[in-house]
Write a new protein. Structure first.
Length: 151
C-alpha cells in the first residue's frame, strides 16, 4: 500500500525525543525510506544527494542517542501489544558484519576467527498469531565480543 511505510515510521518514531524536533523528523524520514526499500543500501534508496547527506549526517551525529530511538520503538510496540490477547515472542541472535575499514577495527569478532568483525544483535519480535500480524520489535540487545578473547 502506498504511503504505508510513512505511516509506520511516524507511528514508530514520531514521538522520539532526540533533543531537537528536526532530528526526530530526520529519523522518521530515514526510517520511512529504509522501510520502503528493505535490504537495499542507503546510497541506493535516497531520493537526492541532499537526502543521502542528511541521512549520513544523522547517522554520524554524536548528539543522537541510539537507545532513545530503540526505546521509542519498543514503547510503541508495547502499546500496540495491548490490542492482542495472545502474542508469541520470537527470538533470534544475528551477526551484523561490517567490512568497511572505518568502523571494522573498532568492533569485535562475530565468527570463529578474527576475520569477521561486527556486532551481535539479539532481538525479540512480537507476533500475534490470531491476526497473523507482526506487532513489532519489543527488545534488542547489541554487543561486540572482545577481539582478543576468541573461543
Amino acid at each position: 500500500m502506498i504511503g504505508e511505510h510513512i505511516k509506520w515510521a511516524e507511528q514508530q518514531f514520531g514521538k522520539t525525543d532526540l533533543g531537537d524536533p528536526r532530528r526526530t523528523a530526520r529519523l522518521v524520514k530515514l526510517a520511512s525510506t529504509l522501510a520502503n526499500e528493505p535490504g537495499k543500501p542507503l546510497v541506493n534508496i535516497t531520493q537526492s544527494p541532499a537526502d543521502m547527506e542528511g541521512a549520513y549526517r544523522f547517522i554520524r551525529n554524536e548528539n543522537i542517542d541510539a537507545n532513545a530511538i530503540a526505546e521509542s520503538g519498543f514503547q510503541t510496540t508495547a502499546e500496540q501489544a495491548q490490542d492482542h490477547n495472545l502474542l508469541l515472542a520470537l527470538e533470534d541472535t544475528t551477526p551484523l558484519i561490517y567490512k568497511h575499514a572505518s568502523i571494522r577495527d573498532n568492533l569485535g569478532h562475530v565468527g570463529r576467527g578474527k576475520k569477521q568483525r561486527g556486532l551481535l544483535a539479539h532481538s525479540v519480535l512480537l507476533f500475534a498469531p490470531g491476526t497473523k500480524q507482526v506487532v513489532g520489535l519489543i527488545e534488542q540487545s547489541r554487543w561486540s565480543r572482545d577481539i582478543n578473547t576468541i573461543g
